[in-house]
Design a protein around this ligand. Structure first.
Ligand code: ATP
Length: 241
């Protein structure tokens, strides 16, 4: 269970209040689409949840743990169990898809493994399983630079899952992808939420959000103005976008 109360964040030298009073509760397995007009704070919200930005105010509890007040162990929980996927998945272009999955995020990879590039056979099998589940088995030995945008996104998702992510925060994971690749990424995420209890919070275009997400958040004036579960937005709610 994730609980956020009164999250506030002001940015820049002028201290522009971008997030003012964000609050929500989420059970595991939810697939949340974050919507809102340009500048409504979607990326800032994801960055705050990933602890890439300091919160000005608010409470943040995950599985009963007070993340902001429990010091290093709270931060470690988020770093270990949550994955933050920025737009344009950051992969090492000279490494294969498989190596990118295995030796990915430095925060989650022991230093010796980063340096030597060595992996355990269990890890190898786990990475191949995830690549297969995401339809990338035949691409495992290709360098990341040879993959399409959609394939790179799926490698980034596989990497997050192999490293034990329970929550994926994804900022525009399908922007720039052709429609078929975008749908494939969406289908993978929805399946993982339903079958593995993964929780996804992603900034998405409205058409895909309404088709694939289980919940829609519309940000406006620093708040979640509409929190919609299991249905499309009404025409009134769409006016907030
Ligand atoms: N470091 C910063 N310094 C100054 N202003 C910032 C900073 N970061 C974000 N902002 C401003 O905060 C507001 C929210 O930005 P954010 O990127 O979260 O919006 P968004 O909803 O993701 O927008 P978009 O849909 O256009 O990507 C914008 O007005 C942006 O210009």
């Amino acid at each position: 269970m994730i609980t956020v109360e009164h999250l506030a964040k002001a940015v820049g030298e002028t201290k522009l209040p971008v997030l003012q009073d964000i609050g929500f509760q989420l059970e595991e397995g939810e697939f949340v689409a974050v919507l809102g007009g340009s500048g409504s704070g979607k990326s800032t919200l994801l960055r705050c949840l990933a602890l890439r930005e300091k919160w000005d105010r608010g409470n943040f509890r995950v599985d009963g743990k007070d993340i902001l007040k429990s010091g290093f162990s709270g931060k470690r929980k988020i770093r270990r169990e949550w994955a933050y996927l920025e737009q344009n998945a950051e992969l090492n272009p000279n490494r294969t898809a498989l190596k990118n999955v295995l030796i990915g995020q430095s925060a989650q990879t022991p230093l010796w493994r980063m340096v030597t590039g060595m992996v355990r056979s269990d890890d190898y099998m786990g990475a191949m399983d995830e690549l297969e589940a995401l339809g990338l088995l035949d691409k495992a030995k290709l360098k990341a630079s040879q993959l399409s945008g959609g394939e790179r996104q799926r490698v980034a998702i596989a990497r997050a899952l192999v490293h034990g992510a329970k929550v994926i925060l994804a900022d525009e994971p399908v922007t720039g992808l052709d429609p078929k690749s975008a749908e494939r990424v969406m289908e993978n995420l929805r399946k993982l939420c339903k079958e593995s209890g993964l929780t996804v919070i992603a900034v998405l275009p409205i058409e895909l959000a309404e088709r694939y997400a289980s919940r829609l958040w519309v940000l406006k004036d620093g708040r979640i103005k509409h929190n919609v579960n299991g249905r499309r937005l009404t025409s009134q709610e769409r006016l907030s976008l």
